[in-house]
Design a protein around this ligand. Structure first.
Ligand code: B12
Length: 294
């Protein structure tokens, strides 16, 4: 939940969008923008609500700097976002270690209306793939790979701050990377997709032991558990067995498995254990399962 998120006055949001304050107040009265009232009765708009409204209305802010966005997302939007060029620009920025530019491009594209799963599947994943052989070139290549992972991880965290918070009674999703799997981006992405869909999300991160996942299932009573598999344990059957244990512990929820290595795993034949290959597929599955998504 974004308890600390910035609140914008109608005047500031109107100036950011480039419309009059009275237009903005009218949109608020029509229910197009949700407003809250301060103790003194003044209207305030959450940043997540402002972002949702901009994306939905297809509005390009003229003063994005007023929206208190992460990075210099404003810079990217102000210049206009050419969606088709984003993947190429991001990979170039990551390859040349221009982290701020990569962040601006990704957050800017989101503000412009690009979907979070698209950014994961069609921008970050291919960018990381393109950098995937640099480690063979020695320390400088390994440096770029580490920096790119750090930058993308940061962007995913920043984008999550722009997603609406889940309702207190929303279903819970819990997940992580399988024990022994060090890759951190896929699980963070799944957490973002599920948060955007309205789940209350607990990402246990990479390399989460099976017993810790079971403890999380007992503690949080999730409706959905995700597991990301980028590398397989020496004994593949361990994965299958663990997935069966998760499904049994959940008593009726869904266990979603994905990741580069997941195709090599034979899933237990249990209802509710499913495999998806992309964040887009995961997002499609969540449609209609929480209050956030029509
Ligand atoms: C970043 C990276 C690292 C980082 C990891 C940092 C970290 N903590 O995350 C570091 C530098 C540590 C690293 C180390 C190594 N790496 Co590495 N690494 C990569 C790289 C470049 C990107 C991985 C990544 O994050 N991709 C972005 C994610 C989001 O993409 P994704 O995993 O494909 O996930 C997508 C889908 O699969 C799906 N998905 C994934 N999980 C889930 C879950 C659910 C529920 C759903 C629905 C969907 C889903 O959605 C995602 C978005 O589309 C890849 C290149 C590549 N081709 O991916 C190599 C790569 C994986 N690494 C490789 C190698 C060889 C290694 C090392 C052995 C190298 C070495 N000698 O040091 C070590 C071993 C590490 C280990 N212990 O396993 C090889 C693996 C080859 C193979 N066939 O197994 C690759 C393919 C590079 C290459 N081309 O050679 N690596």
């Amino acid at each position: 939940m974004n308890h600390q998120e910035p609140l914008l006055s109608p005047r500031v949001l109107a100036e950011a969008i480039g419309v009059s304050e009275s237009s903005l107040k009218r949109w608020a009265d029509e229910g197009r923008v949700a407003v809250e009232r301060t103790a003194g009765g003044h209207r305030r708009i959450r940043r997540t609500e402002a972002v949702r409204f901009l994306r939905e209305a297809g509005l390009q802010p003229v003063r994005p700097d007023l929206l208190a966005l992460p990075g210099d997302a404003g810079g990217a939007v102000r210049g206009g976002v050419d969606r088709a060029a984003v993947p190429g620009l991001v990979v170039a920025a990551l390859r040349e270690d221009r982290a701020d530019e990569a962040r601006s491009l990704l957050v800017g594209a989101y503000l412009d209306g690009a979907s979070f799963p698209w950014l994961c599947d069609e921008v970050i994943r291919p960018a990381m793939e393109a950098l995937g052989t640099l480690w063979e070139c020695g320390p400088a290549g390994i440096l770029i790979e580490h920096r790119a992972t750090e930058t993308c991880g940061r962007v995913i965290a920043e984008l999550r701050l722009l997603l609406p918070a889940a309702a207190p009674e929303a279903p819970v999703a819990v997940g992580g990377g399988f024990g022994g799997d060090i890759y951190r981006l896929p699980s963070a992405m799944a957490a973002g997709v599920l948060a955007e869909a309205g789940y209350r999300v607990h990402d246990l991160g990479p390399d989460t032991p099976v017993e810790a996942m079971l403890a999380a299932i007992e503690r949080y009573r999730p409706a959905l558990v995700w597991q990301s598999l980028s590398v397989l344990p020496a004994e593949r059957a361990r994965v299958r067995e663990a997935l069966g244990r998760f499904a049994a512990a959940m008593e009726g929820g869904t266990v979603v498995v994905g990741g580069r290595a997941s195709d090599a795993v034979k899933l237990p034949r249990l209802p509710g254990v499913i495999r998806f290959r992309t964040m887009g597929e995961l997002a499609a599955y969540t449609k209609g399962r929480t209050a956030n998504v029509e």
